[in-house]
Design a protein around this ligand. Structure first.
Ligand code: BTN
Length: 329
């Protein structure tokens, strides 16, 4: 059977070109082994180039793979992705308003668990507490993952915390950086925010219909890239490592860590996750102020419990909180 789908054929050719780095491949021979016409091979090479792959040809029109683009296209994300179900379905866009909104629509239409929605930029990226999430192209990572966990809605904050662990492990895998998790869902490097998580759910009182875990990560920004309002509070993985990061590789590492943590969370709830949260906790033993709507509570952070609540030692005794905005000074 000839390969009719041009995208599929292009991916097969790419696989072959990459399997033998540096080696020249002949379009006639590829055509034979892929049961396609030589012209189709040449068209597919043009398609791959239009996606950003660098493929050189010699005077005999034999092809050699040179480099892959660092852009969020599904072919590149899937290439050697080591997960079982997270990121196995990909919806990749150049620009969207918000990947979380698209993921919600897909979840309503019952997209498979683990479906990834990713965009090069967002025009209305959303942060927590009704804030915007600054989402410029080329430097950041904006993605949402669809989940259908069979957990009680009150356990959902644990999903943000397990995502924070997966992010912290991923960032920490690059360099010896001081990565911390600031409850409830910020990831910090050297005390500055490098990533945020927006977990949204559709649920009944006692049952979750779906969860969207949205992550925004500053990857390749230099200090000069941040707008003035963010300069003193934000950082990027690149600023931490002092090296430009391949964003697709970061995503693949994150998806693998995310899957691992999600499976642990599904099996043992917050028990295991909590151990890691405490290891990364930025707030442990710190004197903080927690803003809850119009009210503010002060106290010392003594724990994060097994439901993901922040435990504060306040002047009125020990108290537990499941939401709020923390300031440390
Ligand atoms: C925060 O720290 O306030 C959470 C930020 C979450 C941003 C991500 S980017 C991908 C996804 N889509 C959105 O609109 N928001 C989340």
């Amino acid at each position: 059977m000839p390969v009719a789908n041009p995208q599929l054929l292009a991916e097969k050719i790419l696989e072959r070109l990459r399997a033998k780095p540096g080696q020249l491949l002949d379009p006639g021979k590829m055509a034979k082994s892929l049961n396609a016409a030589r012209e189709q091979i040449i068209e597919s090479i043009a398609l791959l180039r239009s996606w950003g792959y660098v493929i050189k040809a010699n005077h005999k029109r034999q092809y050699r793979f040179i480099a892959a683009p660092d852009s969020f296209i599904s072919t590149e994300i899937s290439y050697r992705l080591r997960t079982r179900f997270i990121g196995k379905r990909i919806h990749a866009y150049q620009a969207v308003q918000s990947t979380n909104s698209i993921a919600s629509q897909l979840a309503t239409a019952k997209a498979p668990e683990g479906t990834l929605v990713i965009a090069e930029r967002q025009t209305r990226g959303r942060g927590r507490l009704g804030r915007d999430w600054y989402s410029p192209e080329k430097v950041g990572l904006y993605a949402s993952i669809i989940l259908y966990p069979k957990i009680h809605p009150t356990a959902a904050p644990g999903l943000s915390l397990m995502t924070a662990v997966a992010l912290a492990d991923t960032i920490g895998s690059y360099d010896d950086m001081e990565v911390k998790i600031k409850w409830p869902n910020d990831v910090l490097v050297s005390g500055l925010k490098v990533a945020g998580i927006l977990t949204e759910l559709s649920a009944e009182l006692d049952r979750i219909e779906y969860v969207i875990v949205g992550v925004g990560i500053n990857i390749n920004q230099t200090r000069a890239d941040f707008p003035d309002a963010l300069k003193s509070v934000a950082t990027s993985v690149r600023i931490g490592t002092k090296e430009k990061i391949r964003r697709v590789e970061f995503l693949q590492r994150f998806l693998a860590n995310f899957e691992k943590e999600y499976l642990v969370f599904k099996k043992s709830g917050m028990k295991e996750t909590r151990r890691k949260i405490l290891k990364y906790s930025y707030l442990q033993n710190k004197e903080i102020r927690l803003k809850l709507g119009r009210k503010t509570v002060s106290g010392v952070v003594i724990d994060i419990d097994e439901t993901g609540q922040l435990i504060l030692d306040t002047k009125d005794g020990i108290m537990a909180f499941n939401a709020g905005e923390v300031t440390t000074h």
